[in-house]
Design a protein around this ligand. Sequence first.
Ligand code: PEP
Ligand code: MG
Length: 747
Amino acid sequence: MAERSESDSRKLLRRLRDSLALPGKGQDRLDRITHLIADSMHTEVCSIYLFRDPDTLELCATEGLKKEAVHQTRMKVGEGLVGRVARSAAPINTADAPSEKGFRYMPETGEEIYSSFLGVPIQRVGERLGVLVVQSKTKRLFLEDDVYALEVVAMVLAEMTELGAFLGEGESPGALHKQPRMFRGGVAQEGTAEGHVWLHEPRVVVTNPVADDPLTEIERIRDAVGQLRVSIDDLLVAESLDKDQRQVLEAYRMFANSRGWLKRMEEDIARGLSAEAAVEKEQSAARARLSQVEDAYLRERLHDLDDLSNRLLRILTGQGQDTGAQMPDDPILVARNIGPAELLEYGKRLRGVVLQEGSVGSHAAIVARALAIPLVIHAEGIISEALNGDYLLVDGDQGVAHLRPDEMVVRSFRDKMAMQAKAQERYASLRNLPAQSKCGTVTRLNMNAGLMADLPSIESSGAEGVGLFRTELQFLIRNQMPKRDELAKLYARVMDAAKGRPVAFRTLDIGSDKVLPYMKPQDEPNPAMGWRAIRVGLDKPGVLQMQAQALMRAANGRDLQVMFPFITELGEFVAARDMVLRQRDREAALGRPVPQDLKIGAMLETPSLAYAPKLFFDMADFVSIGGNDLKQFFFAADRENERVRRRYDTLNTSFLRFLRLIADRCRDSGTALSFCGEDAGRPVEALTFATLGIGALSMRPASIGPVKALLRQVDLNEAREVVFEAMAQGVESVRPMLMGWLATQAE
Ligand code: PEP
Ligand code: MG
């Protein structure tokens, strides 16, 4: 095979571009391309495999293999050499394909006679599109130069695919961002929203992947990198930067000044790519590496590079948020992922949020909940499909997003929204009424909170207090550890907003899924059962002491409730309680006002605490069941794992028996008991808990209305009989019987 020169590469790219500009069907274009590439690379075979669905690749065009195999041959990601290229997003180059690990012979293609194989991924900034392959009979390894040249071609193909170049006139314009698309993801915050897409990171559309004049392009990229460096230097001199922001910017500056980065892009340009395509090529390569890297520090650095590439693309194309794109009046944020602070910055302006990644327990999800914004997570592929301004419906109840929906979907969606609005009106009318059941029993309904954005809900939801204030949120949304005085001010604002209603402040609950950005991450095999919550608090008492002081100063003589997360045994409670009491004495010794009434409680989140010595229940002023954690340990089902988290019914009789035991132990010691996990906000679950003798429930503000409506509608004694009868009958879950009974109540 003859050596390839840079001008060979440029020639091929130009021929590709010209060929794509010709009219014709998408298939004709693909066929022409495979022919051109095989010809230019001096190989007998060139094939293009594209993704059919996220797991399957299909042979879409070939020069050299049997034509009958086109659109017939398919393979799973990871299967055969082509599948391996797709999985690893890295080239495979071999002189002897049949003896290569993972080789799978596809008889219908007639490929057995070709020995050498070179496959490269077709990808565009993290989006996998397919695999480009050349094969030849001669047993020889392709030169490094050939690999590089084929990667450059694959980059151009990726851009062309994105631009819809393989769709002829009248063919499905799916890739052109016009058709309706439904994304089935996961539920992270219920509610419905109608609006228009606002991309958190606007997509930069590169319309000119191939450039004729490398010198001009090199000048453009140098100029853009120069501008980028200046903009980072400008940011670095800003006075308001904290240590972490400065560190990130220093890392950016290092990349922006790295010769290697610019040099690689200049080489791509010399091969015929435009400046923009060169940036994207290096960005794609970095993204592919990112998915392979396990080291958290390196991943961060690669993320930095990714962000930097986006900035560079915006400079080159003049596209982006800072170039005049207008946020719609009814924005629905679409993002790969988003941090809690960024989401808070958008605040209530957003109608909804759809994330391609994300998780139920993520900080962004917690913020979305506090802002009562419907949130759908795991909407696979939405980032590449949605464009700014696209019409979008978010069904947070079902975890579904409808992009550019058709009339029918819009109509039924609006019906649903209207029904929900009616229900909300009904709930609002109950706001000032107690959750009193027909038998006269009153259940106390509190709300969960953690952000300042939650505070208005104390009034509007009709909550009788804050049953759980998650103090860690204030730590999570910052780049550095908050100071005592700052926290004292915040806590005082919370107490002010509660206007005398009790607020149960939970001390810092970090670890497991809640990782502080400024704390060294722990490399633990199983963080949910690791060094978390009160375990951290007791081992590193400085923060707990500081929080206790901040809370006393905020209370400034008023009543105060403090509870500890994840107490597992009596000794932990005693130690944590002592620490708080010592702080109270210290404050008193300093002549500062101490709380009039200080109540110290514990969260019951592990089964062990239910069986603690009686002294624990006697000593605790109150106990709050953290059902989210308790359930995950009771059923051994990870609350973050979509596959198992809904597997076991909360109304499973074994769990209910266990809750009853807790309720009995609290009653025997005269200890107040509440339930503050997510299940408390589900009406049927809430009703069941109330029948077991759990007198207070704490939930998201939006759940108070529906829970109250149901509790007021039924006789709790009758409901208890149904629940206990179901348990006596030995069924697995009381749900069917309870639902059956509830149906008769509605009649
Ligand atoms: C719980 O575990 O139920 C709880 C309320 O705490 P968190 O969800 O913050 O872990
Ligand atoms: Mg918990």
